[in-house]
Design a protein around this ligand. Structure first.
Ligand SMILES: *Cc1c(COP(=O)(O)O)cnc(C)c1O
Length: 388
């Protein structure tokens, strides 16, 4: 059967050298010193991408594990936690906080754009008695990118720890964990890193460790207890048997990023994202957000008489291509295109946009201008790039 092409905002396509690395012989991760070194070196490399000196760990579990682990490790019964949200994942933190006995207060921001930092500051001046706050860098269901480089230092001024969900942004959008004073940042293997799903990346600051060490009650989980990772290398002991093959794959995926160059990779995402957005706008198709577009995902609104689910089913059936709708309040309302990691490539986007263009025509809408031509023109334009 012909290969199905995926353009969802995660999982992304996985490069061949990553897939081959995963096929290597399985070692015993707890007894093989070479594996400890490979794991530690990989974590150091991820720290370079995150621009942090903090401890980095890779846990066996999808991105959600990292998010729950951060909340499980920090939250004690009755702790006040600030949920800063303008989207599905932002709001989703409420469940994790509640599950571990925390009392949440929500700061909601307009879902059509990035979080309003001025309004947040105003809010904090009236109430800042929080142990920690949660915020999402790129809230993937809407594609909104939040200015965590402003939000987290502001929270620090009020003595509030921060947990940042950067699952779908790291590698495709700049994130400077140390300068932004982020205490716990979480990512996943299957988005920009372009390794298969199954691994969570977590970086933990000294302030976060201190808060965890000063807990009065025990953490109500083993799997979600971040403190059990601290001395794994000194002790040459992992809390549980590591998924060797998945780690081997992620290790090569991380090397791919460093080989390309972190800044070069960010530029690639910016150029692709800008050209994709220009193509949609010039073809008369509406971008979902008014501002705060992440360079890792584009979210569009189809012409009013085309049903999203029907469009996606048509694309799969006729062109064997997988695109995403969204969920939560955006269910059946928007179409999402993942251009992250291995998917943020010129040839992949030309192919995708040609098919979207054809599918729109099939369903009775002729774009004002051909999507592919607009994309290519924007991509090769020498002038200063437009930024949305
Ligand atoms: C993908 C993603 C996660 C992980 O969630 P899954 O739906 O289980 O893949 C968490 N946060 C964000 C912002 C994500 O994009």
């Amino acid at each position: 059967m012909e290969k199905t092409t995926i353009y969802s905002p995660g999982p992304s396509n996985v490069r061949e050298n990553v897939r081959l690395a995963m096929a290597a012989e399985t070692t015993n991760p707890d007894l093989d010193p070479d594996f400890f070194n490979l794991y530690k070196n990989m974590c150091t490399n991820i720290g370079k991408i995150l621009k942090t000196e903090n401890d980095v760990f890779v846990l066996s579990g999808e991105g959600i594990l990292g998010l729950e682990a951060a909340c499980a490790s920090l939250t004690e019964y009755g702790d006040r936690v600030l949920i800063i949200e303008n989207g599905v994942f932002g709001e989703g933190f409420i469940d994790f906080v509640a599950m571990y006995g925390g009392v949440h207060v929500t700061f909601s921001s307009d879902r059509d754009k990035e979080i309003d930092i001025v309004a947040l500051k105003k809010f904090l001046d009236t109430d800042s008695n929080f142990k920690y706050a949660t915020v999402v860098h790129c809230d993937t269901p809407s594609g909104v990118l939040n200015p965590v480089d402003k939000i987290c230092p502001l929270l620090k001024e009020y003595g509030i720890l921060t947990v940042v969900d950067a699952v779908s942004s790291i590698g495709g959008e700049a994130l400077d964990v140390d300068n932004s004073k982020i205490d716990i940042v979480v990512s996943g293997s299957q988005k920009v890193f372009s390794a298969p799903p199954g691994l969570t990346i977590v970086a933990i600051s000294d302030d976060a460790y201190r808060s965890i060490e000063n807990r009065e009650s025990k953490i109500k989980s083993f799997y979600c207890n971040l403190s059990v990772w601290k001395d794994y290398y000194i002790d040459q002991w992992f809390p549980y048997t590591m998924p060797v093959n998945a780690i081997n794959g992620l290790n090569v995926a991380v090397e791919n990023i460093l080989d390309e160059g972190i800044e070069e990779m960010l530029d690639r995402h910016k150029k692709i994202a800008n050209s994709v957005r220009t193509a949609f706008i010039n073809s008369g198709i509406k971008l979902h957000l008014s501002s705060g577009h992440s360079n890792t995902v584009s979210v569009i609104e189809l012409p009013a008489d085309i049903n999203v689910d029907k469009f996606l089913a048509h694309i799969k059936k006729r062109y064997n291509l997988i695109l995403s709708g969204s969920f939560g309040y955006l269910s059946n309302k928007v179409v999402r295109i993942g251009h992250m990691g291995e998917n943020a490539r010129f040839d992949k986007l030309v192919y995708l946009l040609e098919i979207i263009n054809s599918a729109l025509v099939d369903l009775g809408f002729t774009p004002k201008s051909n999507l592919v031509r607009e994309f290519i023109e924007s991509y090769f334009k020498d002038e200063e790039m437009a930024t949305y």
